[in-house]
Design a binder for this molecule. Sequence first.
Ligand code: NCD
Ligand code: ZN
Length: 339
Amino acid sequence: MKTFTLTRPDDCHLHVRSGALLKTVLRHTARQFGRAIIMPNLKPPVTTVAQALVYRDEILQAIPETVSFEPLMTLYLTAATTLEEIERAAQSEHIYAFKLYPAGATTNSDAGVADVTRIYSLLAALEKHDLPLLLHGEVTDIECDIFDREQRFIDRYLIDIVKQFPNLRMVLEHVTTKEAVQFVEGADSTVAATITPQHLLFNRNAMLSGGIKPHYYCLPVLKREIHRLTLVNAAISGNKKFFLGTDSAPHLTHLKENACGCAGCYSAFGAMELYTQLFDQENALDKLEGFASFYGADFYRLPRNVGKITLQKQTWTVPAQYDEITPLKAGEELMWKLI
Ligand code: NCD
Ligand code: ZN
């Protein structure tokens, strides 16, 4: 049977939530990944180093004893973030980045920034302390078509941010469009991007054709096929600016199968299986280790993981549920299995 072995990967964009949900999902991530960049959009958001350290302890408690896994914490940037907090974050060995959510852009983003141009003093402090800025790159204007929100964010904010802060390292998270890929490719080496499994595997038909499929609804929303193809080419290109970030975002099934369903796909259960399937389909398995295990670590200036994981080409069926969470591709077959 065909197998594929690679250096233990890192997930550079992950939601693990807290409480019971955390216990369900963390073991899925920890069996595949050595580390993960943990998103701070809890309720209330993780805005201080002190809160992040409490959250980190909760995560450490939930890691199964048989695996070694390191949560890399981030703070939620708000208009009320202080320069002192940024300094404290820079001094902490456990804080790896700040996450910027435009207010109202996505799940638990009410505390986000209403006008990005008004927090330039904070971006200057991040640049000074060499702390990466992680961007949910979508405008929230009610009149802006939801399929255009990423491109509009780049035009309105990102082009200027890159110009004003040439040494600020930043990650345009979960890129979904040709325009975002081209922007990142053309920018300096300070600018990188993560790509999710759902944006590589599916276009918007998966969500909207033949009935509305809420488990394919995430933000930024799935786009046209032309955009998916551009993302695939970026992921398999070997360009160090593009690396793995699942954006696995669990919600209870009844909150997704709802008249106003939550945004977020649950992919952590089989993240490496999903990515491996895609890279294999593209005859690009030789490019997977860079994307999954090297480029993210290099961007965050972390040593690459030393362990390995192995996947086997073997068909298996994704369960309908993990506790009360419906996974991506529930009830469907995957072609690779982690062993
Ligand atoms: C994420 C979540 O549920 O926390 N949802 C999503 O659709 N991706 C938030 C986010 O990353 O936008
Ligand atoms: Zn996310």
